[in-house]
Design a protein around this ligand. Structure first.
Ligand code: ADP
Ligand code: MG
Length: 692
């Protein structure tokens, strides 16, 4: 074991500079090197004759220099034509010097490695790695060459040498790594030992091809991917178990205040809301921190459930912090809470990054002195400068916009030595069960599976964008009927600037096309006060039509708006479309959503949009989205800053998700001592979850 814990500096060829570069990759010890896995492989096992090459291949080839030429046209470049008995190939260099040109004199035999592409004059390689050789003997490698993730200044070759030493010291010397996976599991899945798995990933057996590794069917790779996913899952479970052992404020239910609060609402709780409230009460009176995620479809009434939880805290003399991902949404929360708590003496304050100077100081003072009972804001709430007086409950709305990291970091806030605040997290984006394990296994989950009564499903149609004029006419009719409309401009990548430009153009166009319609524009680059004014204006029916970017995804509640047009709908994720659509269907009248797409629409595209037409259920939509896009993509867009996986690939290794959960249960129950070593081994020094 000593060898494993040995610092990398003890290896030959690793000086102080390399040590600090390796540290940037989270590599401190010999063991860390073993778990620094190649992210791809290069195939230098054979020399490809030139006439077998085609664009896109990355290969080793060889030939004799025919001529070199400096090309002055366009970007100055050095061309070198080589040939073997089968054909010729061009090598192209944009960075070069005179010596290089003279070295590549006609008749010189060279080997070169790089990606083949189609050039103007046949196939070429840009900036190949090349070597002058005396013969083509002994230039191939016996096995695939691993390519490791690097950091600035660190070379592939030095890393490879260091890894080779680590392998020599630990794996080949039978200085066995402890295999923390229980033998029953290894048997069940027929996995190789950890030792052998690591060896074959760093030094693939000679018969293994790059394709085999990419496809991920190799038992060695499967095993490591399994263990990696397990380590992430265990981290979350572990965090939950740790938090659950801490003390937390014991909230008391004040029947009178609850009564007053409920009386003040203009509606009755649904059964689903009541059930979740019971679960929250149970947690908050238990003496240990609540860690609860409330999932509920758009419009299912999560906010008022959160407000009820806040009531519990303030009735017990604790402060509540409520965080939303955007200014717009936090302002909306503020409006709702002010209304719901209007008949009480509760002091509600508002804090975002926009609030500066004296006003900010004033808010910070009330938070610190404890005169503020409910503090609503954006993530600015959790900056260093904010000191709570007696924080008992943290509420996070629309959690899908925040990453796992932020959530875990929040746990550090508001903790005294004895006690930690309760946490309530709300999301309208249902996460399929299989993925929940990688995102939410540090939480208990409640589901609001019922909409308030009287909601009508939104009637959805899928329409090509060349029917735009027809749609514009429909808006006119809609306006005459005294209903309001949203027009949502979307672009891929959520590039803010482009999205706003698109919205501005559409706004101008519609203003011309619809002279009798009052149109407003709202987008993410407007000042929050401007946005607020526009949104309020729309809510007060000063406008008939609101042209918007996806900023309206969350936060607006305008019951009279009952038509929504979404441009480029085919580019958005289904769940996001569903969220957007949730802005209509909030009033008495029938609501419509028109999903506009650019023709031609692929079959998958048709199928995807068809799902939205058929279903108004966020959970069903999320499952389908997962099926069609794969977990990697679903999580990738939704979770900013998701963990970096070294070897597992969520789209490829979907079949591992269930077994990993089973394994985690077995390990937690029967082998608790294995938990920390597995986590340390895979996530140890990089400790990604605590860095925010
Ligand atoms: P979401 O779950 O999407 O956050 P909201 O909390 O914004 O939904 O609720 C949507 C609307 O439904 C709000 O106007 C809210 O006041 C209202 N609402 C919440 N609960 C009920 C209920 N039980 N009956 C009727 N309306 C409700
Ligand atoms: Mg909400």
């Amino acid at each position: 074991m000593e060898t494993l814990a040995q610092p990398v500096a003890s290896l030959t060829g690793i000086g102080p500079q390399s040590v600090s570069r390796l540290e940037k990759l989270g590599i401190y010890t010999v063991q860390d090197l073993l778990f620094h896995l190649p992210h791809r492989y290069e195939d230098r096992t054979r020399i490809y004759p030139i006439n077998t090459l085609s664009s896109g291949m990355t290969v080793l080839t060889s030939g004799t220099v025919e001529f070199t030429d400096v090309l002055m046209k366009g970007r100055r470049s050095l061309l070198c034509r080589i040939s073997d008995s089968s054909g010729y190939l061009t090598l192209r260099f944009f960075h070069f010097n005179a010596r290089q040109q003279s070295n590549l004199s006609p008749g010189t035999l060279i080997s070169c490695f790089g990606e083949i592409r189609q050039g103007y004059q046949g196939l070429e390689i840009i900036h190949p790695e090349y070597k002058i050789i005396s013969s083509t003997d002994n230039i191939t490698e016996p096995r695939l060459t691993p390519i490791y993730p690097l950091t600035d200044g660190l070379r592939q070759s030095s890393l490879r040498k260091a890894v080779a030493q680590a392998l020599e010291l630990c794996l080949k010397n039978k200085q066995q790594l402890t295999d923390w996976l229980p033998p029953t599991l290894l048997d069940k899945y027929d996995y190789p030992s950890l030792n052998n798995a690591l060896l074959s990933i760093h030094e693939p057996e000679e018969q293994i091809t790059a394709e085999q590794l990419q496809q991920g069917h190799l038992p060695a790779l499967k095993r490591l991917a399994f263990e990696e996913l397990l380590s992430h899952h265990l981290t979350l479970l572990n965090s939950k178990n740790t938090v659950k052992k801490w003390q937390a404020p014991v909230f008391k239910v004040n029947d009178l205040q609850s009564e007053v609060f409920i009386q003040n609402l203009s509606f009755q709780f649904t059964n689903a809301q009541k059930k979740v409230i019971e679960e929250i009460i149970y947690d908050c009176t238990s003496g240990h921190p609540m860690l609860r995620l409330v999932q509920g479809d758009v419009g299912s009434g999560k906010t008022v459930v959160a407000a009820y939880a806040a009531l519990l805290a303030i009735s017990s003399q604790y402060q509540v912090a409520i965080m939303a991902p955007t200014e717009l949404l936090s302002e909306q929360l503020l409006t709702n809470f002010k209304q719901w708590f209007s008949s009480t003496t509760t002091e509600i304050v508002y804090l975002t990054g926009q609030i500066k100077g004296k006003a900010r100081k004033q808010v910070l003072d009330t938070i610190k002195q404890g005169t503020a009972n409910i503090i609503i804001g954006t993530h600015a709430l959790f900056q260093e400068s904010v000191n709570f007086n007696n924080l008992g409950l943290i509420i996070i709305d629309e959690q899908h916009r925040f990453g796992v990291h932020q959530r875990l970091a929040l746990r550090e806030k508001g903790q005294t030595e004895r006690s930690r605040p309760h946490q309530l997290i709300m999301t309208a984006t249902p996460i399929p069960r299989t993925l929940a394990m990688l995102q939410y296994s540090d939480l208990d989950i409640s589901i609001i599976d019922e909409l308030p009564p009287g909601r009508k499903p939104v009637i959805t149609s899928v329409i090509p964008s060349n029917r735009r004029e027809e749609i514009i006419e429909k808006i006119e009719q809609w306006t005459i009927k005294k209903h309001q409309t949203y027009w949502v401009c979307t672009l891929i990548e959520e590039s803010d600037v482009l999205q706003c430009e698109a919205a501005e153009k559409t706004f101008e166009y519609l203003t011309q096309a619809l002279p009798n319609v009052n149109i407003a524009l709202v987008h993410g680059r407007m000042k929050s006060t401007e946005k607020d004014t526009v949104m309020k204006g729309f809510k007060n029916y000063e406008y008939d039509l609101l042209v918007a970017t996806t900023v309206i995804e969350v936060g607006v509640d305008v019951p009279n708006a009952s038509l929504m047009i979404i441009e480029n709908a085919e580019r958005l994720g289904l769940s996001q479309l569903h969220q957007l659509r949730g802005r209509v269907g909030r009033g008495e009248q029938e609501s419509y959503c028109l999903l506009m797409y650019q023709s031609p629409l692929s079959n998958t595209g048709k199928h995807r949009l068809g799902i939205l037409r058929e279903s108004n259920n966020g959970f069903v939509i999320a499952e389908k989205d997962l099926e069609l896009r794969g977990p990697g993509d679903v999580m990738g867009t939704r979770q900013t800053g998701l963990m970096q996986l070294k070897i597992a690939n969520l789209n490829r290794d979907t079949d591992l998700l269930e077994p990993v959960q089973e394994a985690a249960e077995i390990i937690c129950a029967q082998y608790p001592d294995s938990i920390q070593p597995i986590i340390d081994r895979w996530l140890g020094h990089s400790n990604q979850y605590s860095e925010v």
